[in-house]
Design a protein around this ligand. Structure first.
Ligand code: GLN
Length: 373
């Protein structure tokens, strides 16, 4: 398996003492009440194995959260708690792929997807999406499909393009899955990180998708606690049973105190989630306006913690890889080349920057990148 670009760039950032806008993680400590709930649970509750599917309280809290925020009708038994969304993706692929099954993926793709599909015995059929629209077309779906296609794996909102799929795109995918009798694995870890009033639409809520979607979520992304590695996968009961079997042989369970704290956090009022979104939108705008003032052409994005610099449009003739190398060494800022999200035929003129940082860190990174121009 290849070394992940995120760990590679973070190691380079540490070595170079650079500001790390590469790997996506916030620099704030996280919500104090949720941290305290985890500390309290650690001291007052059991630290022995919780049930493999997750604490019943957390499974119920996830189901209730999606009923309130996305009008889904999940039962607690249809939620399996995992050690992060990446484990949920691995468990889903191990549970559902038979050797030789074809899986439709979309590039740019998160770097874990392809090795996991292939190690599970699947054959990847990658559809290449391109800026500025990153749109999926009926023709591309048809061309990627065969009689062996069983699954489709989708990330929405999409990291690193920071684009959110609209209902029309999702309907296209849903109709395709229904017609071909496919299961959709929808990695929706960025579901709460949407801007400009755009609401997330879960693929599972579209006609025909309730019984054929695995919806994957992440407390790390929802509560800005990326190191916690608490995630979940939701699916209709017959599929959830299979997912739970894969999960029991991967990690079996997830630290119980973190599960307690997340179950409390998920019950926060709508206003809390809106405030977090507004904060991230402010950080996004601060980075974008700073970079624009320094002469960079920027796509701020409408979801996720990432914006991209368009190198070509900014008059920079370096590839994204070369640019990211240069700015780590010369400017002291780490970013992620978007080409790392393409298994072949990459887009090479975009660099991804994480804006989930304090104002002071954003300003310093902008000042360094302004001097680099
Ligand atoms: N999701 C994070 C990102 O896109 C990386 C997570 C990881 O490094 N495992 O930057």
């Amino acid at each position: 398996m290849p070394a992940t670009i995120f760990e590679k760039m973070s190691a380079r950032a540490r070595q170079a003492g650079a500001i790390n806008l590469g790997q996506g993680f916030p620099d704030a400590p996280g919500p104090a009440d949720i941290l305290r709930a985890a500390a309290d649970a650690l001291l007052t509750r059991s630290s022995q194995y919780p049930p493999s599917g997750g604490l019943p309280e957390l499974r119920a809290a996830v189901a209730d959260h999606y009923a309130r925020h996305q009008q889904l009708d999940l039962s607690a038994e249809e939620v399996i708690v995992t050690s992060g969304a990446t484990e949920a993706i691995a468990a889903t692929l191990l549970a559902l792929i038979q050797p030789g099954d074809e899986v439709i993926l979309f590039a740019p793709l998160y770097d874990a997807y392809l090795p996991l599909v292939e190690r599970a015995g699947g054959v990847a059929r990658v559809i290449r999406l391109a800026p500025p629209c990153w749109r999926i077309t009926q023709e591309a779906l048809e061309a990627a499909a065969s009689s062996r296609t069983r699954l489709l794996l989708l990330n929405n909102p999409l990291n690193p393009s920071a684009a959110i799929m609209d209902r029309e795109q999702l309907s296209l995918i849903a109709r395709f899955c229904v017609e071909r009798d496919l299961i959709a694995i929808c990695d929706e870890v960025w579901e709460h990180v949407t801007f400009e009033g755009l609401a997330h639409t879960p693929l599972m809520g579209l006609p025909g998708m309730r019984g054929r979607t695995v919806k994957i979520g992440s407390a790390g992304k929802i509560f800005s606690l990326t190191g916690w590695k608490v995630g979940w996968m939701c699916a209709a009961a017959p599929i959830a049973t299979l997912l739970g079997r894969a999960h029991q042989f991967l990690t079996f369970t997830t630290p119980p105190n973190l599960q307690w704290a997340v179950s409390e956090g998920l019950g926060k009022p709508h206003a809390w989630f809106s405030a977090v979104r507004a904060d991230y939108q402010r950080s996004r705008d601060r980075l974008a306006s700073g970079l624009r003032a320094a002469g960079y052409v920027v796509d701020p994005g409408t979801g996720t913690w990432f914006s991209t610099i368009d190198l070509a449009a900014s008059g920079i003739s370096l590839s994204d890889q070369a640019f990211c190398e240069r700015i780590i060494g010369e400017a002291g800022v780490a970013a992620i080349p978007v080409s790392a999200f393409y298994p072949r035929d990459p887009i090479t003129h975009l660099a991804r920057l994480c804006f989930a940082k304090s104002d002071a860190v954003i300003d310093e990174a902008v000042a360094r990148l302004a001097r680099f121009r």
